[in-house]
Design a protein around this ligand. Structure first.
Ligand code: GLN
Length: 488
């Protein structure tokens, strides 16, 4: 049962061939067997899962099954879940049990899905290998004995989906945290248009960039999950009125004489990527051409400055958002000699090194002497990048580019903070512009590890983005069945 896609499982549930309880038990067994080794869940919710499944079986019995009825999912541990510990992978929130439910997780409840647990991530979603987690890093199920990263920050979600420890999972993408981990675990990761999915109840990192989205094994499954997640929310002032109501399986956007202009970004040609990535990218472009895509070169002149702008704006917003963790309201409190000392001791003990680094950078770039030269300059670059994408989308309908330079690296790679930041080269520009981007498997590298490419669209073109991604998925033909990946 572990190898079924969400769509296949829904068919079997509808026909009565399997029950939601059986399906859930299969996943709980799998979590029992491999959960510790993959370290993909921070908190497991087995009892809740069985109760959810029993409820789903009733819905199937009385003909009231909903969109994801009985589908076992993982929830990134950044989404507040009522009565279930929500840690953001931080010591600061190690024992935090919310009294409210995030909008996204509520939508999963309302769709009839089964909650298996809260997935691991980088602390407060800051990182690229999920190594900044207070609970240790999740492991990539591909080449398991090599102990590779499952990426970050949604690395627990990608580890769990790729390893067959849930059928789909949520992620959040502030600078690539859905797309990068999905690419290096052979999965589909969709960062929707900013504002399409509500951020309410999702632990804030950088509010103008944070974007919840789905991670799944196929584009159709991701599209179905996004249909459930998206929609306006009065509780999030940046939430848009648009929804996403895909009829899945998605219709082809190419073939049968259909024409589409697909852009490739000139400036990215000069960026160093692995030979495998180069080859797979060119192969997939050739495939799209063969079914009627016209390939157009477009220019995003400032795209190489996106990293610098992102690593000013994101820490700036984070330093403000994380000011609330002061030991007074909730979360960790370490008593000091006076109020200021309590603040200091609490924050020093509660935050890990990377979070502290970002608090320092963020506070510095917002200080009166740096604000104009750093923060405002970064804001201008951000505007220019968004404008360039808008201009590019006059010359083409969608853009395709690599998701990463190369495949998953060993968890024990010793990278400097700047080397980690540089891995976000291909992903941050879309967050700065607020536009949708979907990473889809492009094929396997020579060493057998998966690589991904992203399809990028203009704001609210999420559906077309996923339609084109589906063509790429079919051409790539990567076998990402969990029992194949893990060999068990
Ligand atoms: N790697 C990026 C960072 O560390 C992206 C994180 C994210 O998207 N949450 O900021």
């Amino acid at each position: 049962m572990i190898d079924l896609t969400i769509h296949e499982a829904l068919e079997k549930l509808k026909s009565g061939e399997i029950s939601a309880t059986e399906l859930t038990r299969a996943y709980l067994d799998r979590i029992e067997k491999y959960g510790d080794e993959l370290n993909c869940y921070i908190t497991r919710t087995s009892e809740r899962a069985l109760a959810d499944a029993a409820e789903s079986d009733k819905h199937y019995a009385d003909g009231t099954a909903r969109a994801l009825e009985g589908i076992p999912i993982g929830m990134k541990d950044l989404f507040a879940t009522r009565g279930i510990r929500t840690t953001a992978a931080s010591r600061m929130l190690e024992n935090f049990v919310p009294e409210y439910e995030s909008t996204v997780s509520q939508k999963f409840i309302d769709s009839g899905s089964v909650l298996l647990g809260k997935t691991n991530l980088d602390e407060f979603a800051m990182g690229t290998f999920s190594k900044t987690s207070y609970f240790g890093a999740p492991v990539n199920p591909w080449h398991l004995s090599d102990k590779l990263t499952a990426g970050g920050s949604s690395g627990g979600s990608t580890s769990a989906v790729a390893g067959g420890l849930c059928m789909g999972a949520t992620g959040t993408d502030t600078g690539g945290s859905i797309r990068f981990p999905s690419a290096i675990t052979g999965l589909v990761g969709m960062k929707p248009t900013y504002g399409l999915c509500s951020r309410w109840g999702c632990v804030a990192f950088a509010s103008s960039l944070d974007t919840p989205g789905p991670i799944a094994r196929t584009v159709d499954d991701a599209a179905l999950m996004l249909s459930v997640m998206a929609g306006h929310d009065d509780k999030d002032s940046t939430s848009e009125s648009a929804g996403f109501n895909a009829h899945t399986p998605l219709e082809p956007i190419l073939g049968d004489g259909k024409k589409l202009r697909v852009g490739v970004i000139r400036e990215l040609n000069d960026v160093q990527i692995s030979d495998d990535m180069k080859k797979l990218f060119n192969d997939r472009i050739a495939d799209l051409k063969s079914i009627g895509a016209e390939i157009v070169e477009v220019s995003i002149p400032n795209i190489l400055d996106a990293l610098a702008a992102y690593y000013i704006i994101a820490p700036a917003e984070a330093s403000s958002n994380l000011a609330r963790y002061d030991g007074m309201r909730y979360g960790l409190r370490v008593e000091g000699s006076d109020l200021i000392d309590t603040y200091k001791k609490t924050r020093a003990a509660g935050f890990g090194d990377e979070v502290q680094r970002r608090m320092i950078v963020g506070t510095a770039v917002l200080s009166s002497e740096s604000y104009e030269v750093y923060f405002m300059q970064a804001a201008r670059v951000r505007r220019m990048i968004a404008d360039s994408f808008n201009a590019a989308f006059k010359q083409c309908d969608l853009i395709v580019c690599p998701t990463s330079a190369g495949p998953a690296q060993p968890l024990d790679s010793d990278l400097t903070p700047l080397e980690y930041y540089a891995l976000d080269m291909f992903t941050v520009a879309m967050n700065l512009a607020g536009i949708p981007a979907c990473s889809v498997p492009a094929g396997l590298a020579q060493n057998g590890l998966p690589l991904g490419v992203q399809v990028v669209g203009k704001r609210f073109d999420d559906l077309r983005v996923m339609q084109l991604a589906k063509h790429i998925e079919q051409f790539a033909g990567v076998d990402n069945r969990p029992t194949k990946i893990m060999g068990k």
